[in-house]
Design a protein around this ligand. Structure first.
Ligand SMILES: [Zn+2]
Length: 453
């Protein structure tokens, strides 16, 4: 597919809606145009037939809530976000990030892939379905927040205060990716995360490094504390770290075994000749899905500029992220980290928690997961690739589970592929993926019409 000429009505509508949405510079990290974008999103939902309202908690930007009552027992919740990542480095964009531009069969703009493309697809499909009938046969609730790209700091309070507006039989989260060949993927969960900062302050002020003979070093203290967190084989050495880890079930193992290998692409992308412990194929995918991690995301101390500066730094700090798997809990891991540091004599290393989110997953044998997979198989003529647990973290999902309890998944209605440059310059969606996403969303909404919860 090379242009918009081959697209049907709903696809063209999706592209037009996407153009409109992407003209708003809704960068949450900069607090830019959020109220204005929320108003635009609310108007688009209203024009589609939704009863709408804006939800604001604790001074966060507005989230848009929509409700579309249908004559059927099933209630579906949709989750999306209207905010986007900053555009830097802006001179690497071939066209301005907030002037949506069609070229080479793709629409380029910040937010096109993450996550306005999916909002446009869902809206366009609902509009097309409602044009042919006066009732969807299905109740749809939609929550579109404005802070996902900064970790959804107000979503937990929103889900707690407005749980009754979010109750549903199932939720479609932000969607998954299409594979390179256009085939579908379904993600049933994501790892949790504990993100912490470790700080050591050994001196009131930096000293000339001659003083290293007699003064303590914050940098050495921190390096030793970090080194104590893993054993020589790379296993996390925090006492009880893996106690709650649940092994994947046989069906989850099978789903991973059924996925195509991507070892070669990964090796090429990262310039490596292999993976930790010689892992390959299904074993590699199983480790990457179901193993928790302890990662050093950043280290800061002393002088890192050109040439040299002889200094004994007063302070040292590190950012660490732990990706957690079912049933690890971030609060429990934070407590065990503190105990570990104390027991190893690092009482002076302070720990600040920056992000805490539980892992969330819907079991592979859940009826809604089976239903979505069956619809995808009907649309593509082959079963979708199932990811039981993705390696990333969506903190809002833990809030949805905690306060609302609705099961969910990432379906193939997101017009996004691995090369879409989400979060990077020249973000885009391919029109072919818009068509695929529209086809799937249409089939799913039709399948759920009249369905029993
Ligand atoms: Zn997103």
């Amino acid at each position: 597919m090379t242009g918009s000429d081959d697209l049907g009505t709903a696809e063209l509508e999706a592209v037009e809606l996407l153009r409109q949405l992407c003209s708003y510079p809704s960068v949450s990290a900069e607090g830019r145009s959020l109220a204005e974008t929320a108003d635009a999103v609310e108007r688009l939902l209203g024009e589609t037939g939704f009863t709408t309202r804006q939800l604001v908690v604790d001074g966060g930007p507005p989230a848009v809530h929509g409700e579309l009552a249908g004559d059927g027992p099933f209630t579906l919740l949709l989750y999306n976000h209207y905010d986007v990542q900053p555009v830097d480095p802006v001179d690497e964009w071939l066209t301005p990030p907030f002037e949506p531009t069609l070229r080479d069969g793709a629409l380029y703009a910040r937010g096109a892939a993450d996550n306005k493309g999916e909002i446009a697809v869902r809206l366009a499909v609902l509009r097309a379905l409602l044009a042919g009938r006066d009732d969807l046969g299905l109740n749809v609730r939609w929550i579109i927040e404005g802070e996902e790209e900064v970790g959804s700091p107000h979503f937990d309070a929103l889900a707690r205060q407005h749980a009754e507006l979010l109750r549903a039989d199932a939720c479609l989260w932000e969607g998954s990716l299409f594979r390179g060949d256009g085939s579908a993927g379904v993600a049933l969960g994501y790892k949790g995360a504990l993100y912490v900062q470790l700080d050591v302050e050994a001196l009131a002020t930096d000293a000339h490094s001659a003083a290293a003979a007699v003064l303590p070093s914050a940098a050495w203290r921190l390096v030793r504390a970090l080194a104590s967190l893993r054993d020589d084989a790379g296993a996390v050495a925090i006492g009880g770290f893996a106690d709650a880890v649940r092994a994947p079930t046989e069906v989850e193992r099978q789903a991973l075994a059924d996925q195509p290998d991507s070892d070669d692409e990964l090796e090429a992308t990262f310039g490596v000749d292999g993976f930790l412990d010689g892992l390959t194929g299904a074993a590699l995918r199983e480790r990457s899905s179901f193993a928790p991690t302890a990662n050093i995301a950043g280290l800061t101390s002393g002088y890192g500029g050109v040439g040299m500066k002889t200094v004994l730094p007063a302070r040292a700090s590190a950012k660490l992220d732990f990706r957690l798997v079912p049933d690890q809990h971030p609060d429990d891991i934070a407590r065990k980290l503190r105990v570990h540091l104390d027991e190893h004599g690092f009482e002076d290393v302070s720990v600040s928690v920056l992000l805490s989110a539980e892992p969330v997953r819907t079991p592979l044998d859940h009826p809604f997961a089976a239903r979505v997979a069956a619809v995808a198989e009907r649309v593509w003529g082959e079963p979708p690739s199932i990811t039981p647990l993705g390696g990333g973290t969506l903190p809002l999902l833990a809030s949805l589970r905690r306060h609302v309890g609705v099961p969910g998944l990432s379906p193939p209605d997101n017009p996004v592929y691995i090369g879409c440059r989400a979060h990077a310059p020249n973000e885009h969606v391919r029109l072919g993926d818009v068509a695929r996403a529209v086809r799937f969303a249409t089939a799913l909404f039709e399948d759920l019409a009249g369905a029993a919860p």
